[in-house]
Design a protein around this ligand. Structure first.
Ligand code: F6R
Length: 243
């Protein structure tokens, strides 16, 4: 049986340091690595640690390509709440990555099916994701793959659940929280050669328990990671409290 590698840390900073080290090791061993990136609160300190490595001349992103997991539908690309803006403010504006190497779904595409097909084909063309960074929702979603009756395959347009809208609407102070997003599918995500999932806080404890100890089921989207051969889960004590 494949086992998920679980590491529990005392502080968020230690989680970030470990994740950033793993990402740096990947980039140093393959400077033109393809990274899969997540938004949200969980990876922010990791991105800060990567920026610090770049500033110290320890790491360069000049040949790195990135694919983000998801993007909201029907908000302008440059909206303050778009994931495009989040990633630029949180990471890309502070490192030497080339703008043409950063990729997002176009949440405003008229033909969302064609846009999703374009995105997935581009990931393949670039050789697939070498290292995927993931967060996890309180309901065990990964990317915007919400609990469902079947595991999704490629990228698609999804309706966000009330739980996700509730968790994310704090960011939408000046505009309506979008109800839809384009997201990579579960099968897409599992094609990554290796995966790091980050989770902090007791709100994540149940999702982490179900993901690691429960059966593999689309009602717990993250449980699919049990079937992947190279997953590392970095947790604080609160997120690990039900294991
Ligand atoms: C973000 C994403 C989401 C988040 C998840 C956790 O690109 O795909 O699945 O990873 O909602 O969010 P935080 O880290 O804010 O708790």
């Amino acid at each position: 049986m494949i086992t998920i590698n679980i590491k529990v840390f005392d502080t968020k900073e230690q989680i970030a340091k470990e994740a950033a080290q793993m990402i740096a090791t990947q980039i140093k061993s393959k400077p033109d690595s393809v990274l899969g990136l997540a938004t949200g609160a969980s990876p922010i300190l990791t991105y800060e640690a990567l920026i610090e490595m770049y500033k110290q001349n320890e790491l360069s992103f000049k040949d790195v390509t990135t694919f983000n997991l998801d993007e909201y539908c029907n908000i302008p690309k440059n909206d303050k709440n778009s994931y495009y803006t989040f990633m630029h403010e949180t990471l890309f504006n502070h490192i030497d990555i080339k703008e043409e190497n950063v990729n997002f779904h176009d949440g405003n595409a008229a033909d969302t099916e064609a846009e999703c097909a374009r995105y997935d084909a581009l990931v393949e063309e670039k050789g697939g994701v070498d290292l995927q960074i993931l967060g996890i929702g309180n309901n065990a979603h990964i990317a915007f793959n919400e609990p469902s009756d079947e595991f999704s395959k490629g990228s698609y347009k999804t309706k966000l659940t009330d739980s996700t809208i509730e968790a994310n609407k704090i960011y939408f102070t000046e505009s309506e929280m979008p109800q839809y997003a384009l997201t990579m599918g579960v099968e897409n995500i599992c094609k990554a050669k290796s995966i790091i999932l980050l989770a902090m806080g007791e709100k994540k404890a149940k999702a982490i328990k179900n993901m690691i100890k429960g059966e593999i089921t689309p009602s717990v989207p993250a449980s699919i990671l049990q079937s992947h051969s190279d997953v590392t889960v970095l947790l604080d004590k609160e997120a690990a409290s039900l294991l």
